[in-house]
Design a protein. Structure first.
Length: 212
């Protein structure tokens, strides 16, 4: 690789026909949530659960608007246009005072129960970094967390004490269950197919496995 090459990162959606912000590799060192400053053609709003804008630095649902954005989704009844041109991205984010955008995770993957909040991806990444584990998927159930682990060839059993410590650090005293799966299913986009993982775990479930 040539030493004088630099790389930029950014953030965008299919619905925005490309990126809506950009950041250099040097700027994101030590701050992986930063995805860049908004481009002149884009507007962003971060809103609370009631749809009201939040103050700079506060997290909420990310909405995007601009000339590059699609009109809406095509349905059987025609085009369902975006309200006032705003697209709800499905991401949890915050903006700082200089309009830098930070992405925390997906709204659908935010675990919230008994004043405990964390993103499923955070726990999955921690488990995937353990020796002998090539992938992890956490599926929230009504009263516990269901965890699927895919092993490398070097590992043959689950270290439940280590898993317990990771779960406790993120989710407190939430009950959990962990099983090995032969291979985690993925979507064509490369994302975990959480619905299929849940089906695999349903087929293996035994109540006696629940901890703590």
């Amino acid at each position: 690789m040539k030493p004088d090459l630099t790389f930029n990162s950014g953030y965008g959606l299919s619905e925005t026909n490309g990126g809506i912000c950009s950041v250099s590799s040097s700027e994101i060192m030590g701050n992986s949530a930063l995805v860049g400053r908004l481009l002149p053609t884009a507007e962003a709003a971060v809103r609370d659960k009631s749809g009201r804008p939040v103050s700079p630095g506060a997290s909420g649902s990310l909405f995007i608007r601009g000339a590059m954005a699609m009109m809406g989704y095509v349905t059987s009844a025609g085009i369902a246009e975006n309200q006032d041109g705003w697209i709800r991205t499905g991401d949890v984010a915050h903006l700082d005072s200089t309009r830098n955008l930070y992405i925390s995770g997906r709204e659908a993957n935010l675990f919230s129960r008994n004043d405990t909040y964390f993103f499923l991806e955070d726990l999955e990444c921690q488990m995937s970094e353990l020796s002998g584990i090539s992938g992890a998927c956490v599926c929230p159930r009504d009263d516990y967390l269901d965890i699927a682990l895919e092993f490398t060839e070097e590992r043959s059993e689950i270290d439940r004490s280590t898993i317990a410590a990771l779960v406790r650090a993120q989710a407190g005293n939430v009950r959990w269950n962990v099983r090995q799966v032969q291979a985690l299913p993925y979507l064509h986009s490369g994302k975990l197919n959480r619905k299929e993982v849940a089906k695999l775990l349903d087929a293996q479930f035994t109540a006696a496995c629940l901890a703590p």
